[in-house]
Design a protein around this ligand. Structure first.
Ligand SMILES: C[S@@+](CC[C@H](N)C(=O)[O-])C[C@H]1O[C@@H](n2cnc3c(N)ncnc32)[C@H](O)[C@@H]1O
Length: 301
């Protein structure tokens, strides 16, 4: 059994490893050609639109990654600061900020689950908004992380927090679908019933899909070898409420026009049709067709 410290070390090792290539997803030139679907590109466009429509001026980013979102926000005129748990990601963010003429030291190493690691960044007061993209799947204690995010923003401000959508499992018809049935939908149901369902699902679902990403190209830990949790949009409001985050709005992105295992059979049409759906961030189909979403919530006392 991996303990919490080991889990953190694996997460840091993974992101230290991918820091050099992570920005490919943000290049619009790659939208139709990149092997990995450029979901982060759409997520950032949606965020910038929401921020421009808000009153926010000072924005804090948790998990800056290689620095594209924080630099884009700085270029858009926002005052920014941020942190990342991975040293290589912080270095990449600082380089990107510096290249664009912004203060690189507004980003530092910190863990959102350890308030003392970022408290020095609050000496100028709390922020108007916070973004955390790709972070919630990796935290050990959701409520602690959300409360710490809350503490960074003043009352009346906003958070934009990305999550991996558990309901998408109903559309994928693969191993994740079986896990959702057995671990969530049929939790607490009699063993005989569960066994019958499990056997039936074994004949219907593509259990070998999706291929597990256990190793990176350089032999380091792949994304599926580290903790990367899904969250259920039906239970998220209760979780956020515990941390004083209310009035949730779901913004969907990373649409799938068909179950993902059909991508190679369908070919280019799969990506073209999926990209056409991006931008419909409030479409109810996002609850099922999107592998991820961003929750916009109000920070309340
Ligand atoms: C999926 S990447 C996303 C990067 C960036 N937010 C973006 O959207 O391009 C997630 C980032 O969160 C960082 N991270 C993971 N757990 C964290 C934690 N507990 N505290 C701070 N950063 C964390 C990782 O090191 C990684 O750089």
């Amino acid at each position: 059994m991996t303990n919490d410290a080991d889990k953190k070390a694996e997460i840091i090792a993974h992101y230290n490893d991918v820091a050099a290539t992570y920005d490919q997803q943000y290049d619009p030139a790659n939208l139709y050609t990149l092997e990995k679907y450029p979901a982060n590109y759409f997520r950032l466009q949606n965020l910038l639109t929401r921020l421009m429509d808000s009153d926010a001026k000072r924005i804090y980013e948790v998990g800056t990654g290689e620095g594209t979102p924080i630099t884009a926000m700085a270029k858009a005129g926002f005052e920014v600061a941020g942190c990342d748990i991975s040293e290589n990601m912080v270095d990449a963010t600082r380089n990107k900020m510096e290249e664009s003429g912004f203060d690189p030291h507004t980003c530092q190493i910190a863990d959102i689950e350890n308030a003392s690691s970022f408290s020095n960044q609050l000496t100028g007061g709390q922020f108007d908004a916070l973004i955390a993209f790709g972070v919630l799947p990796h935290v050990i204690d959701d409520v602690l992380a959300l409360k710490n995010m809350h503490s960074i923003v003043h009352s009346g401000g906003k958070v934009f927090i990305e999550f991996r959508n558990k309901l998408f499992s109903l559309f994928t018809l693969n191993r994740n679908t079986k896990e959702f049935f057995m671990d969530d939908l049929l939790d607490g149901i009699d063993c005989q019933v569960r066994d019958a369902v499990a056997q039936d699902l074994d004949t219907r679902l593509a259990l070998e899909m999706p291929p597990r990403r256990l190793q990176s190209a350089r032999g380091e830990l792949g994304y599926d070898a580290i903790q990367a949790k899904f969250h259920n949009p039906f239970t998220i409001p209760t979780l956020f409420d515990e941390a004083g985050l209310k009035n949730l709005v779901f913004h969907w992105y990373h649409f799938h026009a068909a179950p993902p295992m059909l991508e190679s059979d369908i070919g280019a049409g799969f990506r073209q049709e999926s990209i056409k759906l991006e931008g419909r961030t409030d479409d109810w189909r996002g609850f099922f067709l999107c592998s991820a979403g961003v929750i916009e919530a109000d920070v309340c006392d």
